[in-house]
Design a protein around this ligand. Structure first.
Ligand SMILES: Nc1ncnc2c1ncn2[C@@H]1O[C@H](COP(=O)(O)OP(=O)(O)OP(=O)(O)O)[C@@H](O)[C@H]1O
Length: 250
């Protein structure tokens, strides 16, 4: 445990969160290694969102350890401080600015303050401009850069939102149900995108879509009643008797 504590990208141990006595997380322990792609599954109410909330500082645990890169105690930092460490989270619903172009959305994200429109007119420096170009290519929206975000398909809006995280060069990316509401083609393209990003990012994906989880080919953690029920390959967890009982067999 001690070595994992110091080398892990993310180290959660014994995390408990109670809401009026109900334990949304119950002694949750999870270790994400640097460069790892991990998928988290679990039935409704298993604690997936609460876990993301603890990692990003939105919810403070009652007890437990949450360390980022072995030295940042996430239980003592607020949301902006945690975002500044390089932990980026994408929520389920896209929140892009529909009346701005794809490129302008990325620019605003780069300039950090999405509330102030006039920041749009401040020029990006060369390094930022290069990063914006690279991200446009990564998310497959180079050809849509001058189009209003409101004209994008649902899947493209999700990719743009992932791009708005990528411009910050995050050290840990949290994706909450990235393919919810997508067409099959968009889901396949998203699996490709995440697999490519995983070559040089640490990524945690929460998802219900099992075919998509399988296509990512990553280690799977199954949450149930606020703690880890099983962990391993998709085949291993799908064949796990307790998982079949509480989740997949329902
Ligand atoms: N602010 C809150 N107050 C009271 N109970 C809460 C609160 N937030 C979450 N819960 C409860 O904690 C449990 C875990 O919720 P959570 O949203 O983390 O689960 P989840 O795995 O993300 O579920 P889903 O797959 O439906 O998104 C649920 O029973 C939920 O009702």
């Amino acid at each position: 445990m001690t070595e994992a504590l110091s080398t892990a990208q993310l180290y959660l141990d014994g995390i408990t969160v109670s809401f009026d006595g109900f334990k949304a997380l119950n002694a949750l322990s999870l270790v994400i290694e640097p460069g790892e792609l991990r998928t988290i599954i679990g039935p409704n109410g298993a604690g997936k969102t609460t876990m993301m909330d603890v990692i990003t500082g939105k919810t403070r645990p009652d007890s437990g350890t949450a360390l980022f890169e072995g030295r940042h105690d996430l239980t003592r930092l607020d949301e902006p401080a945690i975002a500044n460490l390089g932990i980026g989270r994408k929520f389920q619903k896209p929140t892009v600015f529909e009346n701005l172009t794809v490129e302008e959305n990325l620019e605003l994200a780069l300039k950090d303050d999405r509330r102030i429109r006039h920041t749009l007119f401040r020029r990006l420096d060369d390094e930022q401009a290069g990063r914006l170009e690279r991200v446009l290519g990564e998310i497959g929206l180079m050809h849509r850069r001058h189009d209003l975000a409101g004209l994008l398909s649902h899947g493209q809006k999700q990719w743009l939102e992932i791009g708005m995280l990528l411009v910050h060069d995050p050290r840990l990316i949290l994706l909450d149900e990235p393919v919810a509401g997508m067409t099959d083609a968009e889901t396949a393209a998203t699996a490709d995108l995440i697999t490519r990003l995983a070559q040089y990012h640490t990524i945690v994906v929460v998802e219900h879509d099992m075919a998509f989880v399988r296509s990512l080919g990553a280690k799977v953690t199954v949450l149930h009643e606020g703690s880890v029920l099983a962990e391993g390959s998709i085949d291993a967890v799908q064949n796990h008797p307790r998982v079949i009982e509480v989740y997949l067999g329902r």
